[in-house]
Structures are given as structure tokens and as C-alpha cells.
Design a protein around this ligand. Structure first.
Ligand code: SF4
Length: 326
């Protein structure tokens, strides 16, 4: 087998759902679209996205002598449902299990070691949402899927419940054909069902109205006005646009047990979050993606949900006791 086939096979053995290869060109069109999006202030307070668009769109600025990019997708769907209970806040699926940055990085480390063993001399740089790098665009270039109207990557095989990771390499590998087609067709389910109207036109999300941005990335003392009344029960992230996507009917359980819900939780008790000390927070969310929101963000989100929630906390505690949860 050729080196590229060996890499793909070993990647699949590591649990990646698919592995593709892209040539490290400059992402000219994507850079122009990013610039338009930034000019409209759709990035909200994510000011780091304004910095150095050349670096973000030109992988040779991230790694000298780059010759190829290996892009992987890892399915994280687990067959559990969101918990809709009074006095609780729903967690986005991606954050149910262990921090994907660590899980995907470990596997890409392993893949890089495999490549080094195979070719003798190779250098690589791993990107898992950790560098100014357009991971979704590279997944499309590597033929792994297309960007849906909700702006997430969709794969034909397992839908959009996937994490993306990339390995920048200084060895030449034949690229895969990019995904040229968009398979959203006339569907507009994600646009129609978004609780806050954050998908302002197909493929364009105004982060300032997005529940995920507000509950995870936004650092204000109160949530942005556009989402406070329409939180729809979410305390951390939001899955509505992906839950309604017809391509997610092809979802399959992940082969990675670390993506199973920690403590079997798909929601958080709002009263517990309101009372959580910093030490308890560090202990409870160590190794979880949820720590991205920081304790102050979680408490702010819980307070906003409690304000919208018609059920008094005491009743929710009764409900939890009656249903066997703390
Ligand atoms: S819900 Fe419909 S329009 Fe939105 S990403 Fe899925 S297929 Fe595309």
C-alpha cells in the first residue's frame, strides 16, 4: 500500500471516522468570506478572529516547509437524549464527554509517530481548534464533507456530530479531491428552527444571536440581549440546528467511550451550579470542555435560566429527589 493509504488505514484504526488529505494552498475565497463576516461584526466579542487573517488562511505561515495537510473527523455522537427537566440546563452534545482537544490530540500524536516510523524523517504540527486555522474549510478541501447552512461541517456518512483535527506535514502526499457539492439542497430546517434566528442567511451565523456563542464564549456579566429570553433551556452550548438536520439521521454511535456523558449527565442542575464553589468547579469539570465557559459564565447562564424558568428551585429539587437525581 502507498504511504497515503497506510496513513488513512492507521487513522481509521485509531478511531477516526474518515481521513482525507489536502494540498496546503492559500484559502483565498474563505479569507474573503471571513473578512465580510468580520466587517458585519458577526463575530461579536471574539476579537481574536480579527487578528492576522493572512495567518488564518495561509497554512505556510503556521508551519515552514508545509507540503500536505492530513485532516481527520471523529464521530462523537452517543445514543443519549438531552434531559428536559425543570430546574436543569441542557449541555451541548459535544461537551458531554471528555475534552475533545485532548482525545483528538492524543490520536493525532499517535498518527504522527506512525508516519515518522514509516518515512524516517518527517515533521508535523497538530491543530485541534488550537491554532488560527480554518479547520472546517480544510475538511472540505480534503473531501470529508461540506459546510451546511448552519455553518457546521456535515459528512455524508455520519452527519455533523464530528470533531475535526488536522496534521500539518512537511512531506508530500497526493491530495484527495475536495468536496465540491453542497448537499443541503432546498432544506432550511436549521434556519427555521434556530430559537434566536442566529442563522441570518444560509451559511452565515451572527454569533451575537447564537446561544452557543452567548453561553460559552461571551464573557459579559449578563447574556446578550438577543438570546436571554430564548435560551430554550440551554446552559452550555446549543444543538438545535444539528438536531433538526436531516443528515443527522445517519448518526451512528461513536467508537470512543471518552465521549460518553460524564457522570451520565446531559444537563446540569441549576441550583447546584448556583451554589458551586471555585474548588468544586475545578474538581467537577477537570478534563471537560465545559470549563471553557468558566465558573462565572456557568453561574450567569444558570441565573438566566432560573429567571426564565417558571418552576421555583425548591420544586425542581423536589422533582430531582422524586426522580432519583441529586
Ligand atoms: S438542516 Fe438542512 S439546511 Fe441546515 S445544514 Fe442540515 S441539510 Fe443543510
Amino acid at each position: 500500500m502507498s504511504l497515503r493509504d497506510d496513513i488513512k488505514q492507521y487513522g481509521r484504526e485509531l478511531g477516526f471516522h474518515r481521513v482525507g488529505i489536502a494540498h496546503p494552498d492559500v484559502l483565498q475565497n474563505e479569507r474573503a468570506r471571513l473578512s465580510e463576516w468580520l466587517q458585519l461584526n458577526y463575530h461579536g466579542t471574539m476579537h481574536w478572529m480579527e487578528r492576522d487573517p493572512e495567518l488564518r488562511s495561509d497554512p505556510s505561515r503556521l508551519m515552514e516547509n508545509i507540503r500536505s495537510i492530513v485532516v481527520v473527523v471523529h464521530n462523537y455522537y452517543t445514543p443519549h437524549e438531552h434531559t428536559h427537566r425543570p430546574g436543569t440546563g441542557k449541555i451541548s452534545r459535544y461537551a458531554w464527554g471528555d475534552d475533545y482537544h485532548d482525545v483528538i490530540r492524543d490520536k493525532l500524536d499517535d498518527l504522527l509517530s506512525f508516519i515518522k516510523d514509516r518515512v524516517g524523517q518527517a515533521n508535523g504540527k497538530i491543530c485541534v481548534d488550537t491554532a488560527p486555522f480554518m479547520d472546517k474549510a480544510w475538511a472540505v478541501r480534503a473531501g470529508l464533507g461540506w459546510i451546511g447552512k448552519h455553518s457546521n461541517l456535515i459528512t455524508r456518512e455520519v452527519g455533523s456530530w464530528v470533531f475535526i483535527g488536522s496534521l500539518l506535514l512537511d512531506i508530500e502526499l497526493d491530495p484527495d479531491p475536495p468536496m465540491a457539492e453542497d448537499h443541503c439542497g432546498t432544506c432550511t430546517a436549521c434556519i427555521d428552527e434556530c430559537p434566536t434566528g442566529a442563522i441570518v442567511e444560509p451559511y452565515v451565523v451572527d454569533s451575537r444571536r447564537c446561544i452557543s456563542f452567548g453561553t460559552i464564549e461571551f464573557r459579559g456579566e449578563t447574556l446578550p440581549d438577543g438570546i436571554t429570553k430564548d435560551l430554550d433551556g440551554w446552559i452550555y452550548g446549543c444543538d438545535v440546528c444539528q438536531d433538526v438536520c436531516p443528515w443527522n439521521r445517519f448518526q451512528e454511535p461513536s467508537n470512543e467511550s471518552r465521549f460518553e456523558p460524564r457522570n451520565q449527565e446531559t444537563s446540569l442542575d441549576l441550583a447546584m451550579i448556583a451554589d458551586l464553589t471555585h474548588e468544586e468547579y475545578l474538581d467537577r469539570f477537570r478534563g471537560s470542555p465545559i470549563k471553557r465557559a468558566k465558573l462565572s459564565g456557568l453561574k450567569r447562564n444558570a441565573a438566566a435560566l432560573l429567571e426564565c424558568d417558571d418552576t421555583p428551585i425548591s420544586d425542581s429539587k423536589e422533582y430531582n429527589r422524586a426522580n432519583g437525581s441529586s
